[in-house]
Design a protein around this ligand. Structure first.
Ligand SMILES: NC(=O)c1ccc[n+]([C@@H]2O[C@H](COP(=O)([O-])OP(=O)(O)OC[C@H]3O[C@@H](n4cnc5c(N)ncnc54)[C@H](OP(=O)(O)O)[C@@H]3O)[C@@H](O)[C@H]2O)c1
Length: 438
């Protein structure tokens, strides 16, 4: 083999980053692989738009089949996103004996079992490092460098848009979620339709893949507990600061023997926790392995160059495998049989943690004892209570921090508290991850 030929489908943001790296870092890539990596074909529906990078026009085609059927191409990079035709293209590439690299978390979270099985049967590699945390090589680390460990806990900031918004709300007390979202959209950090990010689905798709690597367990996205950041109120951000916490949208995995908690929601974290310092559009993954103890991965979780860096990392690893006759040897999720480990994801109602509970109460005698009474009846013991001044609606925010409590009890108590005449609405609940609380 005197060169490694790759074809790419999708010449958008990440695709143009891939071309940039292949051009600008051609020399070091060749030095590291031993042979040149040649981009043989690029397919995109639109081959007229200037992508800000010069490519030989004869490489461009609007027909993806010209990539998928080219016998000289060893590896296909899929960068169009979405479910179809991305799924069909990837399966066809695999059927044609080609290696595959993709950044498509949505597709793999939904159709991963079918795609990974096809790759295994065909004996080809499928790389998807870019699908989780952009430029941070977390999947490879879980699959290889950290393979000796059982993972007790993983807490991750996997969505840069949410992290940017929560950081801006923390740095500018009083500013609303909607205001910051508009600012993020203006700066290109949030999509025109931000739902996928701010409602937590993007992070959930990534969590499905991470859980496959850390525990070998498969859970569909719609069976995960997912709560986004839309309802975060500036008041709760200020209270978090008063308690020396920061609010982050976390993807959490916590082991209980074979079973795991896997959930996504806004979380109060001690300001001194390593993840609390992961601000702005950055991503961070904190994990605790039984052998390595704590580790923190930090970096850019999206964007053209960082994500393309992960794509090229997979291309180079695959090229080395093909050259060495080892393609298809390392399973995609690092288990001899992917996604078949025993164990289940606990229902959210089964989890036990600490809670921040904010009740908007009318300032009347006896309200506090009624609320505390309901909590007591649901076995919720209170660690602290703070009451703030009356706000515009004539209600007083009363904030409880609980000792370790069961989610089902919190939900039931909160339902009952919300029905009290002296209370404006159902309480706001934010889960707390603080090892110093009992
Ligand atoms: N952007 C990021 O920061 C980021 C980070 C991590 C992972 N990713 C993932 O990377 C992938 C690509 O994202 P992106 O941001 O680069 O998207 P993008 O800018 O929208 O690029 C996708 C390109 O694919 C083209 N395309 C769509 N259908 C096609 C088809 N059937 N045949 C050929 N070309 C087709 C699109 O053309 P038209 O525009 O004409 O439809 C567009 O040029 C997605 O899976 C995404 O989730 C992105």
């Amino acid at each position: 083999m005197n060169e490694f030929a790759v074809g790419m489908i999708g010449f958008g943001t990440i695709g143009s980053g891939v071309v940039k790296i292949l051009q600008e870092n051609r020399d070091i890539l060749e030095a590291r692989v031993g042979i040149p990596i040649r981009l043989a074909r690029i397919a995109d529906l639109d081959i007229k738009t200037d992508r800000g990078i010069r490519v030989d026009p004869s490489l461009l085609t609007t027909d993806a089949q010209q990539v998928l059927e080219d016998p000289n191409i060893s590896l296909v990079i899929e960068l169009i996103g979405g479910y179809e035709p991305a799924r069909t293209f990837i399966l066809e590439a695999i059927r044609n004996g080609k290696q595959v690299v993709t950044a498509n978390k949505a597709l793999l979270a939904a159709h991963g079992p079918e795609i990974f099985r096809a790759a295994r049967d065909a004996g080809v590699d499928i790389g998807f490092e870019a699908a989780v945390a952009g430029g941070i090589p977390i999947l490879r680390s879980l699959r290889e460098g950290l393979v000796a460990n059982r993972f007790e806990k993983v807490m991750a900031i996997l969505n840069g848009t949410c992290n940017f918004i929560l950081t801006a709300m923390t740095d500018n007390p009083g500013v609303s979620f909607e205001q910051v979202l508009r600012e993020a959209q203006g700066m290109g950090y949030a999509e025109a339709d931000p739902a996928l990010d701010i409602d937590g689905l993007d992070a959930a798709q990534k969590l499905v893949l991470v859980l496959g690597l850390t525990h070998g367990i498969r859970v569909p996205v719609n069976r995960l507990y997912v709560e986004g950041i839309r309802n975060i109120d500036p008041f709760d951000i200020v209270m978090a600061r008063e308690f020396s916490y920061k609010i982050k949208l976390l993807a959490l995995i916590i082991s209980h023997g074979d079973d795991v908690e896997a959930r996504i929601h806004p979380t109060m974290l001690p300001a001194g926790h390593p993840l609390a310092g992961v601000d702005g559009v950055f991503n961070g993954i904190y994990l605790k392995g039984d052998m390595v103890d704590e580790q923190l991965f930090y970096g850019r979780g999206a964007g053209k160059e960082p994500t393309a860096s992960a794509v090229i990392g997979d291309v180079i690893e695959t090229a080395r495998n093909v050259i060495g006759g080892k393609a298809g040897v390392v399973p995609p999720l690092g288990y001899a049989q992917d996604w078949t480990a025993p164990g289940r994801v606990l229902d959210i109602r089964e989890i036990v943690t600490n809670y921040y509970v904010r009740v908007q109460a009318f300032d009347r005698p006896g309200v506090l004892s009624k609320i505390a009474g309901i909590m007591g009846e649901h076995s919720i013991s209170i660690h602290s209570v703070s009451q703030k001044g009356r706000d515009k609606s004539g209600t007083v925010p009363v904030v409880f921090v609980t000792h370790l409590s069961k989610e089902a009890d919190i939900q039931e108590a909160s339902e009952r508290i919300g029905r009290l005449d002296a209370v404006e609405d159902r309480p706001v609940i934010i889960r707390i991850e603080d090892d110093t609380l009992s």
